[in-house]
Design a protein around this ligand. Structure first.
Ligand SMILES: *Cc1c(COP(=O)(O)O)cnc(C)c1O
Length: 376
């Protein structure tokens, strides 16, 4: 075997399609035959089914996860003249969305064990905001890698200072905090449906959930030119719609989401067992929460060597994320940071490594990864 042939990919959205090929092909054929391709029956059904699965009053489909965040911000009236607090250890989309609406991002550090926003630093900046920034109007904690943030103190702090709390659930569909799904704790929640996410379209997609029906109506209007009535813009909107093909596909994917999460948990348990007694610590789970393992992330001081060794055995790994947002060329030197200066964020970027993780990994592939982990 060629040593560089990857036999265990890190992610494989094609496998998710193949596993449901018949049902997805039928859904696509149905959507094509309908003659209606934008905001029709499939999209409405997906929104209803996703809201029911999430346990939220309303779900609104949109074009992608970045737009889900911008629509939530616009729906809350947040734009120029507002600061929005989030983290630097995230997909750049979280920060990009804040600037897309004209607001100013303020980036906080993470708790090094769970890689999520440090609630104490949040309380500190709400109490004593960095000088020169517009008032803080919203906080966007990111439930990273499938792990719920420590939301309770964040909600208390945000509420006390009149800031909205928007949950970025793009990596955590189905994660639980105190037995309640993430996305049901703040005012509004945003989810990417990018192909590799726990709920993935076969193209771009996003969804927003909320229990505030007036906010849902406003967001639904803004996603289509601010229309509440066809051709009449009640306010300035955008175009960010989920199309019927993706909605039809997502309806199939939603039926296997819970099984997919359970499979991710089983793979994580197998990796944990393989790492027990090794020099690498398995991921920390927040007590009272359910981690849904969008990614299974290890801290590896000699990361480059370990990645090369696994690669030589045909096992692909990835880095989420190799450079903190505030150090990337587009943001460096001009993005406000909290008092911690994102020191843990910078350290995490040097050490994190994501193992192969998707529901369609076979038992044999999981065992190959486990064998390699035991030898590290
Ligand atoms: C993927 C992701 C997004 C952006 O989603 P897109 O669908 O790619 O626009 C936003 N936030 C987080 C945390 C993500 O992982």
């Amino acid at each position: 075997m060629n040593a560089t042939t990857i036999t265990v990919p890190q992610a494989d959205p094609g496998a998710g399609y193949r596993a449901q090929k018949e049902a997805i092909d039928a859904a696509v054929a149905r959507a094509l035959a309908s003659g209606w391709y934008i905001l029709g029956k499939e999209g409405e059904a997906f929104e209803q089914e996703y809201a029911a699965w999430q346990g939220a009053a309303r779900a609104i489909g949109c074009a992608n996860g970045t737009d889900a965040l911008t629509l939530a911000l616009r729906g809350l009236g947040i734009g120029p003249g507002a600061t929005v607090v989030t983290v630097s250890h995230t997909a750049v989309a979280t920060v990009a969305a804040i600037e897309m609406v004209g607001a100013t991002p303020l980036l906080l550090d993470i708790d090094p064990d769970t890689y999520t926003m440090d609630p104490e630093e949040l309380a500190a900046v709400l109490e004593d905001p960095p000088p020169g920034l517009p008032p803080i109007r919203a906080v966007i904690p990111v439930h990273l890698y499938g792990q719920a943030c420590d939301l309770k103190p964040m909600l208390r702090a945000a509420q006390a200072h009149g800031a909205a709390l928007i949950e970025d659930c793009s990596q955590a569909h189905g994660a639980l905090l105190d037995n309640v799904k993430v996305g049901n704790h703040g005012q509004v929640a945003c989810y990417s449906l990018y192909p590799t996410k726990n709920l993935g379209a076969l193209g771009d997609g996003g969804v927003i959930t909320t229990n505030d029906t007036a906010l849902a109506d406003r967001i639904a209007a803004i996603r289509q030119y601010g229309w509440r009535e066809r051709y009449i813009s009640a306010e300035v909107g955008v175009n960010s719609r989920l199309d019927e093909l993706q909605a039809a596909i997502l309806r199939v994917k939603l039926t296997v989401l819970d099984a997919g999460i359970a499979r991710r948990e089983a793979i994580a348990a197998a990796y944990d067992a393989a790492l027990a007694g090794s020099r690498l610590a398995s991921p920390v789970r927040r007590p009272g929460s359910r981690h849904v393992f969008h990614q299974y992330v290890l801290r590896v001081p000699d990361r480059a060597q370990v990645m090369a060794r696994l690669r030589a055995e045909g096992i692909a790994t990835a880095i989420h994320y190799p450079q903190p947002v505030h150090l990337q060329p587009a943001y460096r030197g001009r993005t406000a940071l909290g008092p911690a200066g994102c020191a843990e964020t910078a350290r995490a970027a040097e050490e994190v490594m994501s193992l192969p993780m998707f529901p369609e990994l076979t038992d044999a592939q999981v065992e190959r990864v486990c064998e390699a982990l035991r030898r590290l």
